[in-house]
Design a protein around this ligand. Structure first.
Ligand code: KG4
Ligand code: ZN
Length: 347
């Protein structure tokens, strides 16, 4: 059974075809980064319009890459939320129209469930139960995962998501958008000893996060230290702040993951979402997991950030047991992962 996956929740148009027999057959991504870069962040209306422009051609390219035709597709999975309403509607409209035309079922996929299941596309997938750290531009969550659709929230960000904190700090330092890769690149050049940023909420019990204070810490450090600086010295200061900021976020996430694993009584950890692409986070997390005699699982780098493959895979898990929804569709800009249930018949 070939499943077409469609992702349009934010600023990437992602399309993929997953075969229940052969695994991932094709995937294509069109990133809107260039479009939004001059505004320093995602402009929702521009995002929706670009999905409308790019989605159908991208579906054609993905079908061609897999050597398939529309009539070979047996089910469609699309991101119904959470995300930008207009962007979600663009994907939902195309997905539902194709499902009607091809007379195949279509299923709503929760974007974060897509992220969470992305490591299942790898050769060595994690086994349930596990703890998942979901760190994207919109969410930071620790979740106990007992099976698909069986999620228990252990902790979440009380303010900015981890990716959002990267993005805002990068913008403040004038490093561009998206901020995660920009900060990571500058941090490589930075001096790890120069500044020590706090590790928020690690000195008290609990598994929630707070990242907005770190962003302010970076801002005040910048204001205090940059007076009279220019040229290379100013760039060096930015590198050192980027390093201190990245170290603080990474340490905080590692400490909370260790705590979550111990509390949940499991030793398998899954990291997913855009921030899981961060190399320093992966390295420190692996060291912690080795000490805990556990194992960490990650999606390949390109499937950490938004993509159609994770949506096709997550959708297949629901389509395979007959779950699908009817012709009336909706976007779910706010949709809690905890509202999901194990795959079954619905709608
Ligand atoms: O999962 P994703 O592609 O989109 C959402 O669902 O939000 O995550 C995007 C986020 C952005 O905030 C971006 O700055 C961050 O992931 N990101 C990174 C890295 N690559 C992307 N953060 C830290 N280090 C990276 N290498
Ligand atoms: Zn995402």
């Amino acid at each position: 059974m070939n499943i077409l996956g469609i992702e349009t929740s934010c600023d990437e148009t992602g399309v993929a075809i997953y075969s229940s027999m052969e695994g991932l057959l094709a995937h294509q991504l069109y990133s809107q980064v260039q479009l939004h870069a001059e505004y320093g962040g995602v402009v929702p209306e521009l995002a929706s319009r670009d999905h409308v422009r790019k989605l159908v051609p991208l579906i054609r390219t993905t079908l061609a890459q897999a050597g398939l035709q529309g009539s070979d597709i047996r089910g469609i999975a699309y991101t119904a939320g959470p995300g930008l309403a207009g962007a979600l509607l663009a994907g939902a409209a195309v997905a539902r129209s194709l499902a009607w035309t091809w007379k195949v079922p279509a299923v709503e996929v929760h974007h974060m469930e897509g992220h969470l299941l992305a490591p299942m596309l790898e050769e060595h997938p994690p086994a349930f139960p596990f703890v998942a750290l979901l760190v994207s531009g919109g969410h930071s969550m620790l979740v106990k995962v007992d099976g698909i659709g069986q999620y228990r929230l252990l902790g979440e960000s009380l303010d900015d998501a981890a990716g959002e904190a990267f993005d805002k700090t990068a913008k403040m330092l004038g490093l561009g958008y998206p901020g995660g890769p920009a900060i990571a690149a500058r941090a490589e050049l930075g001096d790890p000893e120069r500044f020590q940023f706090p590790r928020p909420m690690t000195d008290r019990p609990g598994l929630d996060f707070s990242f907005s204070g770190l962003k302010t810490y970076a801002l005040t450090t910048m204001q205090k230290e940059s007076a009279g600086l220019q040229g290379e010295a100013l760039e060096r200061l930015k590198n050192d702040i980027a390093r201190a900021f990245e170290d603080a976020v990474v340490d905080t996430l590692v400490i909370k993951c260790r705590r979550a694993l111990r509390e949940a009584g499991v030793n398998t950890l899954v990291l997913a979402g855009g921030v899981a692409a961060n190399q320093r986070l992966r390295a420190k997390m692996n060291r912690m997991m080795a000490a805990e005699e556990g194992e960490a699982f990650y999606p390949r780098l390109e499937f950490c950030t938004d993509n159609g493959a994770m949506i096709a895979y997550a959708g297949w898990q629901r389509l395979r047991v007959g779950e699908a929804q009817g012709l009336v569709f909706q976007a779910r800009p706010r949709w809690s992962l905890m509202d999901l249930q194990a795959p079954g018949i619905s709608g």
